[in-house]
Structures are given as structure tokens and as C-alpha cells.
Write a protein that binds this ligand. Structure first.
Ligand code: PMP
Length: 418
């Protein structure tokens, strides 16, 4: 015989545990990458049938060159690439990077001065983790690439923004940097051609910044990932080529992503003084081990093979750059300097804020980006992601027809601003 359970009093609901910290302060403080988020949202909407035109992606729209893909295919068939390889990079890739650095920048480095990383992004993280102690200040020219301040903070450092606006072509001066320097300043994070502005610092100013760093004893991390994407006669010489004495306190970051349309392959590198590279390699060996061998073999082919694809891509970007700048300048309320590098334009939209657009008043560039996505199906990244609200970043690495259609939609929507 079974007896039905006697209903007793409802057990008391347990009190919530004392505030539990599930995610560390360090990681909880990270802002997710806005550029990747906008791009993902645009792709999602497109997959759902919305005719979204994406200006958010930070990547060339070209396929990787066939000879590079072929090298990867051959590597995938080679058993020696199926195994772990030296954590710091395949010897043949480190050789190729050293040779490329001499060829493209005129700077002589040894393969031992190179660490191969999972993209330039990991090179930035590993360089900062290797150089910064808690509380070290990092001068960060602003607008900045959205990853920099997060990488500085994760490494224990303190980002110190040094802001430039469209009036100076988004270029900071030595005077501004010097004014922001304190006894705690360890490093300057320098990037030219720059993301998000496309600004290219003229050689004489780069040299001046390098000499100032040398005199003040600062380190410089110079991100040269857009070195080959310059237009209209602009040049982007490597910082250590201009100020060789700085080499003992300079780390160069670079990679194949932008120059060779290889964002998905994830190969970048850092070059620095032997002690720093050896410490960064030790760090790398405990996090990633070697970068995927097939990707490294592809990078060797990209760096040592036919370079003519770079010029083809540059020409297409240059054409689109002129189109997008010309069309954006026709929109009342938009101020758009002509960038000389990378594949971004960074117009100011401050004059449009607070005015009614399509029946709505937007007060921030974030809201304006949302309005553009909803009403014009155009995806752009708001300046909030780069430390300067009041601007939009548009990547012009998309097909010519889409580009014209997208900016036409912006003209139609924003042209109605009251
Ligand atoms: N530096 C800058 C300035 C960039 O814009 C990017 C890509 N958005 C990177 C580094 C990193 O590129 P990757 O990790 O794809 O090599």
C-alpha cells in the first residue's frame, strides 16, 4: 500500500547568496568590439532578407590570391604541418617577415626579433602584456582603433586619450603628446595609416614623434598594418626606419590581413628588441602555442610571392575613397576630410545631432547609426566605438555599386534633416 505524501509547509525560498562575482572585474570591464557587433548585426539582417549595405567591416572585400590559397592547400597535405611547430612561428615565415621588413620598410631585423601571432590583434595584446606593469600610462591618439584601450586595460595599463579632430586631419602633435605625458607614462601607441580615420601622419611628423619618444625615454608600439594602403602620393614610412635609435624601445605590429586580403587566416606578428620578443614568445607559448601552420604557410606565400595584387586592391580602394568622400560631402551637416590611407572615412556628423531626421531627433552618433540601419538599411559604426562621439566610420572596402547605393540612401535620409 502506498500512502500519498502529506503536503507539508512550502519550504522557504533560499535567500540569494551574497553578491557573487561570477565574471572577474578585469574581463567584466571589457566593452565588446562595436565594429564586429555592427557587422554581425548587418549580416544577420541581410540573412533575414533585409537589403542592408554594410560599411562596418574592417576587411578587404577581395578574395585571397590564388597562389596563396594554393600554398595553403599544399601545406595541408604535408604531415610536418600536422604537428606542433615552434611557438614563436615557422622559421621560414620568420625569415620571410625579416626579408619583407627590409624590402618594404628598409629596416634590418633578424628572424629572432619576430614573434608570429594570431593576427595583428594578438600582437597588440601580447606586446602590451609584455611591456606594461599595473598603472603604467599609455598615450593613445584618439580617435583610436577600438581594441587599443581594452588591450591596454587588460594588460594593467591606463589608456590616456590624446584627442585630435577633423580640423587637424585627426593627427596629434608632439605638443599634445608632451602635454599628456606624466612620470607614469610608459608607452605611446601609434598607428598610421590609422583606423578609424584613414589619416596618414606625414613622415617629418612621424620622425618628430619618434625623436620625442627617444628623448623622453618612452616606448612606442607602432601598428603598421595599413602600411601599403596609401593614396594620392602619401607615404607611410616605418617609424624605426625614420628614427633607428628608437629600435631598442620600439615594437612594430603588422600582419597579412589588410595588405593581402587575408583577415580570416589570422596571421600577424610583432617585431621588437630581443628581450621583449623572447618574453612575448614565452607568454605566447603558454596561450596559443604556434599559429595554425597552414595559415603560416599561406603567409609565407603572400609575403614572398607576386605582389601585384596589392596595387590592384589599392587602385580599387582609391577609386572608392574618392567616390565616398565626394558623395558624403554633398550631405549638408556632414564634414568629411579626405583620408589618405587604410579604407575608412570618418566624417563628423555633429551638425546633424539634435535636428529632426525622418520624424525623429537623434542626439548622439550612436542613435544616428541606429537610425541609418533602421530607416536606410545602411550599417556604419558610430564614433563612440573609437573614443569620439559625434562621428561615423564607414569602411569603403565594398563593391562600387553597393557603395554608391549605400551613400545615396544616406543622402536621401540625412538630406531630410530639419
Ligand atoms: N591594427 C589595426 C589598426 C586594425 O584596424 C586591425 C584590424 N581591424 C588590426 C590591427 C588587426 O588585424 P588582424 O588581427 O586581423 O591582423
Amino acid at each position: 500500500m502506498t500512502t500519498a505524501p502529506v503536503p507539508g509547509p512550502t519550504p522557504p525560498v533560499p535567500a540569494p547568496p551574497p553578491a557573487e562575482r561570477r565574471v572577474s572585474r578585469r574581463v567584466a570591464g571589457i566593452t565588446p568590439s562595436a565594429t564586429l557587433a555592427v557587422d554581425a548585426r548587418a549580416k544577420e539582417l541581410r540573412a533575414a532578407g533585409s537589403p542592408v549595405i554594410g560599411f562596418a567591416a574592417g576587411e578587404p572585400d577581395f578574395p585571397t590570391a590564388p597562389h596563396v590559397v594554393e600554398a595553403a592547400r599544399a601545406a595541408a597535405l604535408e604531415p610536418r604541418y600536422h604537428r606542433y611547430t615552434p611557438a614563436g612561428g615557422l622559421p621560414e615565415l620568420k625569415e620571410a617577415i625579416a626579408a619583407k621588413t627590409l624590402r618594404d620598410s628598409g629596416v634590418s631585423v633578424r628572424p629572432a626579433d619576430v614573434l608570429v601571432t594570431n593576427g595583428g590583434k594578438q600582437a597588440v595584446h601580447e606586446a602590451l602584456a609584455t611591456l606594461l606593469d599595473p598603472g603604467d600610462e599609455v598615450l593613445l591618439p584618439t580617435p583610436y582603433w577600438t581594441t587599443y584601450p581594452e588591450a591596454v586595460r587588460l594588460a594593467g595599463g591606463v589608456p590616456v586619450p590624446v584627442e585630435a579632430d577633423e580640423a587637424s586631419g585627426y593627427l596629434v602633435s608632439v605638443g599634445q603628446l608632451e602635454a599628456a605625458r606624466t612620470p607614469r607614462t610608459k608607452l605611446l601607441l601609434f598607428c598610421s595609416p590609422a583606423n578609424p580615420t584613414g589619416a596618414v601622419q606625414p613622415a617629418e611628423e612621424v620622425a618628430e614623434i619618434g625623436r620625442w619618444a627617444l628623448e623622453t625615454g618612452l616606448w612606442v608600439l607602432t601598428d603598421e598594418i595599413y602600411e601599403h594602403l596609401v593614396y594620392g602620393g602619401a607615404t607611410a614610412p616605418s617609424l624605426p626606419a625614420l628614427v633607428p635609435e628608437l629600435q631598442s624601445r620600439c615594437v612594430v605590429v603588422n600582419g597579412v590581413a589588410k595588405t593581402y586580403a587575408m583577415t580570416g587566416w589570422r596571421v600577424g606578428w610583432l617585431i621588437g628588441p630581443a628581450d621583449v620578443v623572447s618574453a612575448a614568445t614565452a607568454l605566447h607559448s603558454h596561450s596559443t602555442s604556434n599559429v595554425a601552420n597552414v595559415s603560416q604557410a599561406a603567409a609565407v606565400a603572400a609575403l614572398t610571392g607576386d605582389q601585384s595584387g596589392v596595387a590592384v586592391m589599392r587602385e580599387a580602394f582609391d577609386r572608392r575613397r574618392k567616390t565616398v568622400v565626394g558623395m558624403l560631402r554633398q550631405i549638408p551637416g556632414i564634414a568629411c576630410p579626405e583620408p589618405q590611407g587604410a579604407f575608412y572615412v570618418y566624417p563628423s556628423v555633429r551638425a546633424l545631432l539634435g535636428r529632426p531626421i525622418a520624424g525623429r531627433t537623434v542626439h548622439t552618433s550612436l542613435e544616428l547609426a541606429e537610425l541609418l540601419l533602421e530607416q536606410a538599411q545602411v550599417a556604419v559604426v558610430p564614433g563612440e566605438a573609437f573614443g569620439t562621439p559625434g562621428y561615423l566610420r564607414l569602411s569603403y572596402a565594398l563593391g562600387d555599386d553597393d557603395l554608391v547605393e549605400g551613400v545615396t540612401r544616406m543622402q536621401q535620409l540625412l538630406g531630410s534633416a530639419g
